[in-house]
Design a protein around this ligand. Structure first.
Ligand code: BGN
Length: 354
């Protein structure tokens, strides 16, 4: 029964005036006419749900629309603009791309050079459907000029790779001792809340890739160490288990390893602990050829609040016993702010410590 039908029934039952009866009848007639008109004039069947144009969940951000044709209203399955998959190898790659290390431009100038980004530093190739969607997670504090140098280089570098990506800068709030591993855990957790990334890239802000054939995507079976050769180490690995700098890791693998340890306060060791977790979880580290997995490091003085951790050797002895309970599953922090900047998403976090 319609609302008016119910009203009419009640009024008739409780004896309302004739005028009211007349008005309600007229309204009821109007509703019936409208209903009949809808039934006979609409070409499609309202009772059958319309098929969704896409059945597969899309990779990438859950909360923000992607730029490009996909953000336009979808007129219906037949006219939905379907982008062809991007090529296996991007035609935009140039190979060696020496980074400019010092005197970075302003954020505004960097943004003007970049292809259009969605707020928070999200990019999707405009002409093809990206094969990879990567969240770039950067532990950070007090390195404004390094960050600009990094953004100036990395956006164009990633855009030439035709991947979908977003840059998350995880900033440790306060003056306490820095904790790279914990910041990375926070960044990965927040990034995965934000988007269905197929790959996580943990990235130091002072490392700049020198060749865009070093693709920022994940291996389906194993974590990949991307910063194989760093100029500081004469482009040679100082030791074979090193897993610092830049790592590409599938979200499932990161979770399987319980992320990083939260216990390494200060410089050193958290990456060695992470490397040990890879083997403890039955995986191995893979590396692209050093011919293009090359990086320049921005030279800088040691950071305040990030002195070498005197306990790191002791902590490393405990990895085997502790990794299952120290990591993502024991992570606690306060997200103080999440700001969608033009070139990146800033997550400012209180991770405790002293
Ligand atoms: C190692 C550090 C790493 C660091 C590399 C490269 C330690 C643990 C005790 C051996 N490891 O020595 O954290 O990434 O150097 O700088 O200090």
């Amino acid at each position: 029964m319609t609302i008016c039908g119910r009203g009419f029934f009640l009024m008739a039952r409780f004896g309302c005036g004739r005028l009211l009866k007349f008005l309600c009848s007229a309204a009821l007639l109007g509703v019936v006419t409208l209903l009949l008109h809808n039934v006979f004039s609409e070409p499609h069947d309202h009772t059958t749900p319309k098929p969704e144009p896409k059945t597969e969940p899309e990779p990438g951000p859950k909360t923000e629309p992607e730029p490009g044709p996909k953000t336009e209203p979808e007129p219906g399955p037949s006219s939905f603009p379907v982008l062809a998959d991007c090529n296996e190898v991007s035609p935009l790659l140039v190979g060696p791309c020496p980074p400019k290390l010092y005197s970075p431009p302003s954020l505004e100038e960097i943004q003007n050079k970049s292809a259009p980004l969605s707020p928070g530093g999200l990019y999707s190739p405009p002409d093809c459907q990206a094969k990879h969607s990567s969240a770039i997670v950067i532990p950070y504090r007090d390195r404004a000029s390094h960050l600009r140098t990094f953004l100036d280089h990395l956006h164009l570098f990633l855009q030439r790779q035709q991947i979908q990506y977003k840059i998350y800068v995880v900033e440790q709030w306060g003056r306490g001792t820095f904790n790279r591993g914990k910041l990375l855990n926070v960044g990965v957790q927040e990034a995965l809340r934000d988007g269905n990334w197929t790959c996580i890239i943990t990235h130091d802000v002072d490392l700049l890739p020198e060749d865009d054939r070093n693709i920022y995507s994940c291996d389906p079976r194993n974590p990949t160490h991307l910063s194989v050769g760093v100029d500081k180490f004469n482009y040679m690995l100082p030791y074979t288990s090193l897993l610092g700098g830049v790592v590409a890791i599938a979200p499932d693998h990161f979770k399987r390893m319980n992320g990083y340890s939260n216990r390494f306060w200060g410089w050193g060791g958290e990456d060695d602990d992470f490397s040990a977790r890879v083997s403890l979880c039955g995986m191995k580290v893979v590396r692209p050829p050093v011919a293009f997995a090359r990086y320049k490091m921005i030279v800088h003085k040691n950071d305040k609040g990030n002195a070498p951790n005197p306990s790191r050797m002791e902590l490393l002895k405990q990895t085997r016993n502790n990794w299952r309970r120290d990591g993502l599953n024991s992570l606690n922090y306060k997200l103080l702010s999440k700001k969608l900047e033009g070139l990146y998403t800033n997550l400012t976090v209180d991770i405790g410590g002293t």
